[in-house]
Each structure stands twice: as structure tokens, then as C-alpha cells.
Design a protein around this ligand. Sequence first.
Ligand code: DC
Length: 209
Amino acid sequence: MIIAIDGPAASGKGTLGKRLADHLGFAHLDTGLLYRAVAAVLMARGTPLTDRDAAALAARTLDVSHLDAPDLRGARMGEAASVISAYQPVRDALLDFQRQFGGQGPGAVLDGRDIGTVVCPDADVKLFITATPEERARRRHLELLRRGEDVAYETILADIRRRDERDMTRATAPLRAADDAVTLDTTDLDADAAFQAALAVVEEKRRKT
Ligand code: DC
């Protein structure tokens, strides 16, 4: 079984994906980390993010064994990932790995922006997780504070709006809900309630198959 979770920045899809995967005994891939890791390679080398060829090469030769590096999760890396993720050759280079991941074991949960639309269009369950930009900024602010990054709420909100705009309007694999996705607006849901709502969608699908 493949569960595809898409949604905008800081919508909580990563936390939800991990929790669903743990509960179901499935593998979990936060695909944003792939784009963040490509951006990190460029930044470590001092290569400008506008260098499309370098970004494509970094994606084709990416070492996926360090996706748990904590520095990938910072705000700066999210912004940089959003820039290089708009390049088609970067996306093409990361596609096979994501698809192979989806094919493993009893099941897999993948979260990102284009999982239900491009990476796994035949996924058994497709969820589109969203929340207002203000609520996402509030959550991201708390998360960064916990990580010791003291970024102003207004800065985070502006970042989120800019990223939404870029991720939704890019020509290649823009962020959007698949036609057959179930949309879950978590603005007024805490993490537990979002998990229960998502699990109910998965369980219903399992009953029917
Ligand atoms: O989910 P995230 O914030 O870690 O993602 C970082 C950026 O990577 C996001 O702004 C756009 C890009 N991304 C993408 O284009 N496609 C995905 N499947 C996942 C992330």
C-alpha cells in the first residue's frame, strides 16, 4: 500500500506521515529532505542556487544516506530547496529513488508536493494536508524555537507565503491536490486530531480493498 501525502510548507505533513508510517509498520520518506539535501550540497560548495547544471548534477549524484542530518531541517535550507526544486532535471533525477521507495515492503508513506500527482499517481491513499499560512507560521515558529533558531514570526510568515507562491506556480510538478486526494484542513486540528482523521481515511480504504 502506498500513502501519498502532499501539502504546503509547514502543513504538518511530515509529522503526520511519520506517525502514520510508525502506526502501520510502513516505511516513511519525507521527500522534501531530498531537495533540501541537493540544496545543501550546492551551499556547502558555495555554488549559487541559480546554477541549474550544478543542481542537476548534485541531484543525480546525491548520497541519500545522510537525510537525517539535522541541518537539513533549518529554515534557510527549506527556502533553498524550494528554489532548486523548480528545475526539471533536478526533479527527474530524484524520481526513480522516490518511486522505488514507494514499492518496498508491506507499504510506504511518502510526503511532499507532487507525490499524488507525479511520483505515485496510483497511490492507494492520497491526502492533501493544508492549514492557513498564519497557523503554519505559528507552528513553524514554535518548532524553530525548540531547535534554538529564533526567527521572527513575521519573517516566517513571509517565507511561507513566498514558498507557497513559488511551489504552486512553478511550471514543473507544481504543488496541488490530486483530483482523487482527500483534503484535510488542519488549521483547527492538533497533531492527534489530524492523525486520527488521516488514519480514518486509510482504514476506510483498507476495508474497501
Ligand atoms: O517539505 P519541505 O518544506 O521539506 O520541502 C522543501 C522544498 O522542497 C519545498 O519548498 C519544495 C520542494 N519539494 C518539492 O518540490 N517536491 C517535493 N515532493 C518535496 C519538496
